[in-house]
Design a protein around this ligand. Structure first.
Ligand SMILES: NC(=O)c1ccc[n+]([C@@H]2O[C@H](COP(=O)([O-])OP(=O)(O)OC[C@H]3O[C@@H](n4cnc5c(N)ncnc54)[C@H](O)[C@@H]3O)[C@@H](O)[C@H]2O)c1
Length: 398
């Protein structure tokens, strides 16, 4: 039975430990906080107890999985094939914590970081293990979310990347290969889903509930952009936006939007504070954020392109009011364009981007598959209309 070491027993580390142990690996869980590793194991056992109660798991299976995870010390890493790091998002702390473990690891152990935003290349170089360091980016909650972005650096051995992808697959995950670039695939390509929605709101095209309903019911997303950012927390969502935007040299496409930043300044972070785009204190959420303009600029070029675009999305989208169709086109073309730029920038190929967006954030279709599902000329006409009437450069394709 191979052994994985997992450094950091918080939300992600404990979730990854569960995934590895469920796939038959022995897991050594380590944390700077002496109680955290055991608390992580107890948390897994607690989640299993609920599944046993509901008849979804047997006690024997739960005991076997939990029995494979131990709260360990660095000395327990001597036969560890893979060490996954999931501690606080701070490069100096990651380097320090991993450096202290290197002497306890086999020389050929693979080091995989679960970082969402730091440079895996820098981590490997500073550890002096660049050839055996890569990214293994799980999504939260790790036992539920199918995607793992396997992040390759220029220095990492190809055999290491292949081995990590193979392990993730054997752990029941779907792999998207990507390069070590800011936001990797998902956290970059998903940005326009939020940003363009807030821009549409600012422009007075729609109310939050109208656009959320259109994205859910007419475009088949699990959640609309406003209800989703209220759930994620606007502090977390805008911090990711700022990090990706600045790391990619501040393109207009990824620029933070005032309406969302203002929510953060006001402390209206979403569900966790009771209010965000919606007021969550009553029986049902009530949209409280309004646009800044009551008279959206709608040219005939824009509405005609949006009507054809909406018809290509679904029969339900075809019946939406014109301003909602324009908003739908703006959000989806924003996603399509970010996917095109990500491929252009060498982040990943089209297949990996489609895989990442469908398995990492449950999009109804990958952006490349979606673009090619429209009748010829519809997507080009949408981008032309958006470039002419909306853009500030946001809809310029690579
Ligand atoms: N939470 C998410 O949605 C998510 C998703 C994907 C990736 N990530 C990344 O995963 C990593 C962990 O995130 P999290 O949400 O699990 O954080 P968390 O705060 O829940 O857990 C971090 C754990 O690391 C421990 N820790 C801190 N410093 C340490 C050190 N020097 N040595 C050992 N342990 C140490 C803490 O005690 C804590 O138990 C971060 O890099 C984060 O960016 C998070």
């Amino acid at each position: 039975m191979p052994t994985a070491g997992i450094l950091g027993a918080g939300a992600m580390g404990a979730g990854i430990a569960q995934v590895a142990a469920a796939a038959g690996w022995s897991v050594v869980l380590l944390d700077v906080d002496q109680t955290a590793a055991q608390a992580g194991i107890d948390g897994i056992a607690g989640r299993f107890a609920k599944r046993i109660e509901r008849g979804r798991m047997t006690q024997d299976d739960a005991d076997a999985i939990v029995g494979r995870i131990s709260a360990g010390s660095p000395d327990s890493l001597s036969d560890c094939a893979l060490l996954i790091e999931a501690i606080v998002e701070d490069i100096d702390m990651k380097v320090a914590a991993l450096s202290a473990l290197l002497e306890h690891l086999p020389a050929d152990a693979i080091i995989a970081s679960n970082t969402s935003s730091l440079s895996v290349t820098e981590l490997g170089v500073r550890l002096d293990r660049a050839d055996r360091t890569c990214g293994m980016h799980f999504f939260n909650p790790a036992p539920v979310m199918k995607l793992v972005e396997v992040v390759a650096t220029e220095h990492c051995d190809r055999a290491v990347i292949d081995r990590v992808a193979d392990i993730a697959t054997k752990w029941g995950k779907t792999v998207a290969h990507c390069a070590d670039t800011p936001g990797f695939i998902v956290n970059r390509v998903a940005r326009p889903y939020y940003l363009e929605a807030f821009r549409c709101l600012e422009d007075g095209l729609c109310t939050p509930d109208l656009l959320d309903a259109a994205m859910r019911d007419a475009a088949n997303f699990r959640m609309g952009p406003f209800e989703l950012t209220d759930l994620i927390g606007h502090d977390v969502n805008t911090a990711t936006t700022r990090s990706v935007w600045t790391s990619w040299d501040k393109p207009q496409r990824l620029c933070p939007v005032h309406a969302q930043e203002a929510l953060v300044s006001a402390g209206d972070l979403g569900r966790k504070t009771g209010c965000g785009v919606y007021d969550h204190t009553g029986d049902a959420p009530v949209a409280v954020l309004r646009g800044m303009s009551d008279a959206p600029c709608l040219t005939s070029g824009l509405t005609e392109a949006a009507a054809a675009f909406a018809a290509g999305v679904s029969s339900q989208a075809a019946t939406c009011p014109a301003p909602v169709q324009v908003a739908l086109m703006r959000v989806l073309c924003g996603l399509f364009n970010e996917a095109l730029w990500a491929r252009h920038d060498g982040v990943a190929d089209a297949n990996a981007i489609d895989t990442a967006m469908t398995f990492g954030v449950n999009y109804p279709k990958g952006p490349f598959e979606w673009m090619s599902s429209f009748d010829g000329g519809v997507v080009d006409a949408a981008f032309d209309a958006l470039s002419a009437d909306v853009s500030a450069g946001r809809f310029t394709r690579p």
